[in-house]
Each structure stands twice: as structure tokens, then as C-alpha cells.
Design a protein around this ligand. Structure first.
Ligand code: PRP
Ligand code: MG
Length: 214
């Protein structure tokens, strides 16, 4: 009988990839990786790795195309899919924040009333604006969001901040924090018992690795 293999989706390229691969390696999992291969199998563990676009991973995990994913909590929150967080992983820490040009005297969220805000996280921003009872125009752009105020496209932005250097270089200042985020494991909400058992073993190994890092 063929053993059950757990399909894990990780980011194909970007800030989560190195941390994800490094973590699996520290768990003793050997991934045979042809560089441009988008699917790879672990030689010594019943898992397959799928390299996918970050923003697609929640959907794939919900649909069961992947069983498990390593994504940022910010992406999990933004996509609002039927997936479950299993474990926070302690790397790729960042926050989703409102930022405005540094000459602006930002008086708090109410300053955003009637303004144009550029973001790659429209659902998270909409949620925040509703909570604050503010009506604003949301301009969705998929990257380089910090340029938007400088080219007259928006009055403010809502984007990820890690070191803060992108904000600084673009003359922006962080104001309100919408959410804190780090990498996490998410899973499909209807995993088979066999796959859950593989995931439990993997989670156990990961927890040991994370503990040893402290
Ligand atoms: C991310 C994010 C911020 C920046 C934050 O962008 O969207 O722009 O990193 O990091 P920092 O605070 O350390 O500067 P990324 O470089 O991934 O590019 P993109 O937004 O164009 O996809
Ligand atoms: Mg960016």
C-alpha cells in the first residue's frame, strides 16, 4: 500500500521562502529540489512540497489541492478562507500598517475619512475602516504600494512594514497598526486521519526546532 503523503504549499519566491525551507531542513527533511521544479518530494519523509504564489495558497489549502501551507498570518487574514491555523512559526515577523507622507499631521484613523488609500490588502483595510466607522476610497495595487502617495495616486497607504526602510525611503511614516503577523502553518479543515497523523508528527518536530532556537 502506498503511504499517505502530505502536500505542503510554500511560497515560490519572496520573503517566506528561505525561512520555510530552512525550517523543514532543520526538521531533518531532505527536499530533492530541481531548481525550477514546482513540486518536490522529501526523500526521507512522507511529504511533497508545492511551490506556489503566496496569495494563492489559502485558496489551494481550502480546496485541498494542498493539505497544508506555510504563509503569513496577514495573508491568512486577508483571504478569509476556510482554513485553520495550526502553529505560528516565529519568523517573517511584520505588521500591516497605515502610513502617510511625513509632512502630514495625522490625527488618528479619522484623518482617513474621505481619503484615498492604496493597498494590496483590501479586505483587511476594509475591515479596519468599518471597525473605525470610516469611509474611504480603497485603491488596490499588487506591489510597490509605497510609491502611491508620491505619484498622486493616494493620500495614504496600508501595507506591510518589517524594518521600516521602504517607508523611510519613500518619505512615509507609520501610523496605525492593523495587525501583527508572522509565518504560520495553516491546514485544510477536513484532513484525513492519516494526513493529520503526518501533520502531527511534523508539528512535533517543528516545535522542537523552534524551542531549540530560543
Ligand atoms: C514588502 C512590503 C513592504 C516592504 C516592507 O514589499 O510590501 O513594501 O516589503 O519591508 P521593510 O519594512 O523591511 O522595508 P516587497 O519588497 O515584498 O515588494 P512588493 O510590495 O513590491 O511585492
Ligand atoms: Mg512592498
Amino acid at each position: 500500500m502506498e503511504t499517505t503523503r502530505l502536500k505542503i504549499a510554500v511560497q515560490k519566491s519572496g520573503r517566506l521562502l528561505d525561512g520555510s525551507v530552512e525550517l523543514l531542513k532543520e526538521c531533518g527533511i531532505r527536499i530533492n529540489n530541481g531548481k525550477d521544479q514546482l513540486k518536490a518530494s522529501a526523500a526521507n519523509y512522507p511529504i511533497d512540497i508545492l511551490y506556489l504564489r503566496n496569495s494563492d495558497i489559502p485558496q489551494y489549502v481550502q480546496d485541498g489541492v494542498a493539505d497544508v501551507g506555510i504563509i503569513g498570518q496577514n495573508t491568512a487574514f486577508e483571504k478569509q478562507k476556510r482554513i485553520e491555523e495550526v502553529l505560528p512559526l516565529g519568523f517573517s515577523k511584520c505588521r500591516l500598517s497605515i502610513a502617510v507622507p511625513k509632512h502630514v499631521s495625522y490625527s488618528g484613523p479619522s484623518w482617513l475619512q474621505g481619503k484615498r488609500i492604496a493597498t494590496s490588502y483590501p479586505n483587511s483595510l476594509r475591515h479596519f475602516l468599518q471597525e473605525q466607522d470610516i469611509t474611504a476610497e480603497i485603491h488596490e495595487i499588487s506591489g510597490s504600494v509605497e510609491i502611491a502617495p508620491n505619484i498622486g495616486l493616494a493620500d495614504a497607504i496600508c501595507d506591510l512594514v518589517s524594518s521600516g526602510s521602504t517607508l523611510f525611503k519613500n518619505g512615509l511614516e507609520e501610523q496605525d497598526v492593523l495587525l501583527q503577523s508572522e509565518a504560520c502553518i495553516v491546514k485544510n479543515d477536513k484532513l484525513s486521519a492519516e494526513k493529520q497523523a503526518v501533520l502531527d508528527q511534523l508539528t512535533f518536530r517543528i516545535q522542537s526546532v523552534l524551542k531549540a532556537r530560543h
